[in-house]
Design a protein around this ligand. Structure first.
Ligand code: BT5
Length: 321
């Protein structure tokens, strides 16, 4: 019954419905409606009840319907989708389930909002309601040294999926930040467990700013972030966007496993926002400046540091000068 109430509120796209109408339509009492609504709120759904108007689901664009997506996805990779209106971090839950042997390849975990969303190197990823925050568990048969390439592959996959909803093309800042008009719309965090010679599991955490106004983000982040809502002016539910992103991830992931990074490298380079530009790369204890002349077949950034010398960069944060 709770799911039917949720579906009814979802259909109304944030508009209110009275308790009476819900009760009549579902054949239950008004008190029962009230109890189910309270339980949904406890689960984390943002439902308001205004006397004289009724109940409305404010975060309806975040809600996804796993059964419906699975039915239409026709995927050889995605095995199960779990949706939680609120979580600390989808990557953390994926880790916990893996540790308890309750998860396997193809599990997708989606959160309506995250209270402790994580970026790389312990940075915070702001995850209010309206964004698409999810993780997928993968077990690629790859040696550990090839893992960094997956970041680049997923960046291309996410960029290509988002292009379908934009009037422009998404750029990529090496290794895996997705940019539109010099602002970040999405980020990817890969976490891995395994040995030197093989990977057990990869948790690919993907965060995309969909239906959020950058004003909702904190001061520093607000100025460097953008969202689909800001770029298009329209609200597209996550239930429509997620399958497009998952299909794209599957397409590029398979291409990479079968044909290697070489088959994706040119697309990465064509999207790379700093190729042939002067950049600085901030590493843990040093900063390197040069012209980014190439992205090589190992996924490294090639930096020409003077007339004669080039260096290969394997990690770091890039800034265009
Ligand atoms: C990333 O880190 O870009 C990886 C983000 C991955 C988030 C997903 S959401 C689902 C899954 N579960 C998680 O807990 N995480 C993953 P990094 O390159 O380190 O970028 C972090 C930096 O981006 C921060 O220091 C801010 O400057 C900026 N930032 C934070 N929140 C942002 C947002 N919503 N939009 C744009 N920029 C943001």
């Amino acid at each position: 019954m709770r799911q039917r109430i949720l579906a009814k509120l979802y259909e109304l796209k944030g508009n209110p419905v009275s308790g009476n109408n819900l009760a009549e339509e579902l054949g239950i009492s008004r008190v029962a409606v009230w109890k189910h609504i309270e339980a949904l709120k406890q689960e984390g759904y943002d439902i308001t009840g205004v006397s004289g108007k009724g109940y409305s689901l404010n975060d309806w664009t975040s809600v996804i319907w796993p059964d419906e997506i699975m039915k239409n996805l026709n995927s050889g990779l995605v095995d199960r989708i779990l949706y939680y209106p609120i979580l600390n971090s989808t990557n953390e839950l994926a880790k916990e389930l893996l540790a308890n042997r309750k998860a396997q390849e193809g599990l997708v975990i989606v959160a309506g909002k995250q209270t402790s969303g994580k970026g790389r190197l312990g940075r915070l990823w702001e995850s209010p309601a309206g964004g698409l925050w999810f993780s997928i568990i993968l077990s690629p048969k790859l040696p550990m040294y090839k893992l960094p390439l997956l970041s680049l592959v997923f960046a291309v996959a996410v960029a290509s999926a988002l292009d379908e909803f934009l009037y422009t093309t998404c750029g990529i800042k090496w290794p895996n930040d997705i940019f539109v008009n010099d602002k970040k719309i999405a980020g990817i965090l890969l976490e891995v467990s395994g040995q030197v010679d093989h990977i057990d599991s990869v948790i690919a955490g993907i965060g995309i700013n969909i239906n959020i106004s950058p004003d909702l983000l904190s001061g520093d982040t607000r100025n460097i972030a953008t969202s689909l809502l800001e770029l298009t002016g329209g609200q597209i539910p996550n239930n429509i966007i997620l399958p497009v992103v998952l299909s794209s991830l599957e397409k590029y992931y398979n291409l990479f496993l079968i044909s290697g990074f070489e088959s994706i490298r040119e697309e990465f380079k064509s999207r790379c926002v700093h190729l042939n530009k002067k950049v600085t790369v901030q590493q843990v204890n040093k900063q390197i400046t040069g012209i980014n002349t190439d992205i090589d077949n190992q996924g490294n950034m090639v930096l020409k540091v003077n007339e004669k010398d080039s260096v290969c960069i394997t990690t770091g944060d890039v800034k265009i000068i």
